[in-house]
Design a binder for this molecule. Sequence first.
Ligand code: CA
Length: 315
Amino acid sequence: MKFPYLKQAGSAVFVDRYITKAHQLLHPWQGDVIKGFGLIGAPLSKSSISHSGASFAPQTIRKALSAFSTYAVEGDIDLKQVVVHDLGDIETFVTDIVASQRRIEETMLEILHQNPALIPITLGGDHSVSAPVIKAFAQVKGKVGVIQFDAHHDLRNLEDGGPTNGTPFRSLLEAGAIQGEHLIQIGIRNFSNSKEYLHYAMENHVTVYTMKDVRERNICSIIKEALNKLKQEVDAIYVSVDMDVLDQAYAPGCPAIGPGGMDSQTLFDAVFYLGKESMVQGFDIVEIDPTIDIRDMTSRVAAHVILNFLKGKQM
Ligand code: CA
């Protein structure tokens, strides 16, 4: 006797033949050379200044993709033919932050060497993971420009306890991996930083767009200005999305939540615009702690960030 409705445990979910779910874009990497998108988890959050379970985010963001379809009604674009190779997660060291960062850098470097046409989408972890990822990216790509969405400068000094999630861009500047004039920060906001670190940014020729700039200008005009500057001067552009750039109303799962931040649609518009630019060849999403989130709201926003980036790349 056959049981057509009896499925393997965990797979008996409702299927509609006309709807492709976004998690179906993910394909386990088979080790072949990738020309296109690769998803990599960097589950490190012991480096966070405040308590953080951001190491759990790579899995919840992957899972959140299953909540959405591949079809964007705005623009009539279906991503269902897009392949995102899932390379898995980088195993971090149990207790040693520096060793974990070294593993992330070495793994990314080897992946990028073996897959020169890969566009890596890295899922943190806290923001400390962006330093080793961008170091590897710059070793392979040459002169790199970085567009950072963040409430914070992340330019803290390393002597007072680094490397942490407060220091990644200071680390990159001090290591010479990127130059200050090629770092563009968007969404920096009130009562979240110190004057000394704004001075450090200015002294190092970092471009800073505060939330006031975001409120008073169209985000696409800011992105266009940022791209026009970088495209003259660098070989490739990397985008780092700290989800705490969003207002706490949109990102309750960030350890450093606060008011006065960006709304999610503004971030989607920015990432879509950036996706359209061929020089944008790397991307990360960091600072989501699923253990304090509400119904995975913040991971769901992250899923939309990924989908908007992919949508931009189809244009
Ligand atoms: Ca940050």
